[in-house]
Design a binder for this molecule. Structure first.
Ligand SMILES: [Zn+2]
Length: 255
């Protein structure tokens, strides 16, 4: 049975002072990593790998849903891995076609690591790449079928439960395409490992969350006062994760 360890849980919180950019990273069978998180999450990512007993140097394949900073920053942590990027997305960054969330050094970074382009429908790192355009033009997701359940690693094509419930996604490219993508994901995926939320089920087209996380955001507004922001979301119905999916529990201490 293929095992999935969610190394970084995405956070669905929003801020009036910029995007939080706290994206998911998942480990499949201790050898494939899907998305790698922003530099802000690097210590948390290494802690999570420690926790599951995997040396980053032993990871064989890194798959990126798209080349945005919050999904690709830490790609160099996996020095021995083959980095897999959709061929159209790789061409975009090599051609210098940047939106605001694409690191300007992305092409140099990927080329220095031995990136391998793939096509839609290819199997990479044991997962099937499928088109999920809208958030960005060349966004891809990855599918894993296990038993009678299909898992979808959706990156920013499906960021959180709200986007499934409302079909009102945040996009940088094409909203109509993004809504079609959400509907497509709903029709073929049973458990979503989303870009910016904890894993959730899709049942009858609606999201069913699995965990309610206290993210512990500590706003250090003055030497005297530290305010903890409540980013917990309303989770009226929670369902347990399947036994082949686990969440790394590492949390960094706040200072
Ligand atoms: Zn993105």
């Amino acid at each position: 049975m293929t095992r999935i360890d969610v190394l970084l849980q995405g956070i669905p919180g929003r801020s009036s002072q910029g995007y939080l950019g706290q994206a998911s990273a998942a480990l499949v069978d201790e050898s494939t990593v899907v998305d790698v998180g922003s530099l802000a999450r690097r210590p948390l990512l290494t802690d999570a790998l420690d926790e599951v007993g995997v040396d980053p140097n032993d990871v064989e394949d890194v798959l990126l849903t798209h080349v945005h900073f919050d999904h690709c920053d830490n790609v160099d942590l996996f020095e021995n891995a083959t980095v897999h990027v959709y061929e159209e997305e790789l061409a975009r960054v090599r051609n210098g076609e940047y939106d605001w969330a694409t690191p300007r050094n992305a092409a140099a970074m990927l080329d220095s690591l031995g990136v391998e382009p793939f096509a839609l429908g290819d199997t990479v790192g044991g997962l099937e790449a499928f088109p999920t355009p809208g958030h960005t033009e060349h966004h891809v997701g990855f599918l894993l079928s296990q038993g009678d359940r299909t898992y979808g690693f959706t990156g920013d094509a499906v960021k959180n439960t709200r986007e499934v419930a409302t079909e009102n996604p945040m996009v940088l490219h094409d909203k109509r395409e993004a809504i079609e993508t959400i509907r497509d994901v709903k029709s073929r995926v049973d458990l979503v490992i989303p870009g910016h939320d904890s894993p959730f089920y899709i049942e009858d087209g609606a999201p069913v969350p699995t965990v309610d996380v206290d993210f512990g955001v500590n706003l250090q507004t003055s030497p005297e006062a530290a305010v903890t922001a409540d980013l917990s979301t309303s989770r009226s119905t929670l369902r347990e994760l399947p036994e082949d999916v686990s969440l790394a529990s590492s949390r960094q201490a706040f200072h």
